[in-house]
Design a protein around this ligand. Structure first.
Ligand SMILES: CC(C)(COP(=O)(O)OP(=O)(O)OC[C@H]1O[C@@H](n2cnc3c(N)ncnc32)[C@H](O)[C@@H]1OP(=O)(O)O)[C@@H](O)C(=O)NCCC(=O)NCCS
Length: 195
């Protein structure tokens, strides 16, 4: 029986793999990137490093099948990345002239991370990815609700996320879970306080 549990450091390679396998608007991004780790360096790895208590995994007999990584405070997280996450990656991936690859886009991003402010009242944000074998079985809902409960325990008012507009399946999932669209690509949901 699959189970949802807290992230453990030994899960990290699986998270990196899943990030890549779901990273092209929900589909396998392996053909898109030459370096298989770059995408997760940007969108997955820093979260459990900054605050492992807000990372969750779904595990089945074949191993880790999905995850949710997130932060309770996007502004503090960005400051943490500036100090602790980006410098080592910038040294490892120097900024070179644009060669037209998707890899270059990510390298540019880690050298010049976008300063997207969290929408007012929704300071938390998250990324969620499940492998195809565990999609459509309620694990996405369980991951989001477990994350929301952890945010409620911390008194966080709301969460947001940014979505690839091509990912219409994920968009439908979030709307079903009570998110609303602020823009085409930004969705928000208040966190209900614990009763
Ligand atoms: C998007 C994703 C996280 C959803 O998780 P999931 O486990 O497949 O979804 P669930 O089974 O928990 O579905 C929860 C609810 O959303 C609904 N839902 C899920 N996908 C849907 C879709 N494509 N269209 C309409 N409703 C959908 C379900 O019917 C369910 O409704 P119910 O609980 O009221 O019956 C998962 O499919 C996934 O990881 N996809 C690939 C990676 C990805 O796209 N990540 C998001 C990047 S922004």
């Amino acid at each position: 029986m699959p189970q949802l549990r807290a992230y453990r450091p030994g899960d990290l390679p699986a998270l990196y793999r899943i990030c890549l396998l779901t990273g092209d608007a929900g589909q396998d991004a392996s053909p898109v990137y030459r370096d298989p780790d770059l995408l997760a360096h940007v969108y997955c790895g820093p979260y459990p490093a900054a605050d492992p208590s807000l990372s969750l995994v779904v595990v089945d007999d074949d191993g880790v099948a999905g995850y949710l990584v997130g932060t309770a405070d996007s502004a503090a997280f960005a400051a943490w990345q500036d100090e602790h996450w980006w410098p080592a990656l910038r040294a490892r991936y120097p900024l070179r002239p644009d060669d037209g690859t998707a890899d270059h886009g990510l390298v540019e991003l880690l050298h010049h991370p976008p300063r997207d402010e969290a929408p007012e009242g929704y300071p938390a944000h998250l990324h969620i990815d499940l492998l195809p074998r565990r999609q459509g079985q309620g694990w996405g809902r369980r991951l989001i609700e477990t994350f929301a409960a952890a945010l409620a325990d911390r008194g966080v008012a709301g969460m947001h996320l940014r979505i690839d507009v091509r990912n219409t399946a994920a968009q439908a999932f979030y709307l079903r879970l009570g998110f609303t669209a602020l823009t085409d690509s930004v969705l928000v949901r208040p966190v209900s306080p614990r009763p």
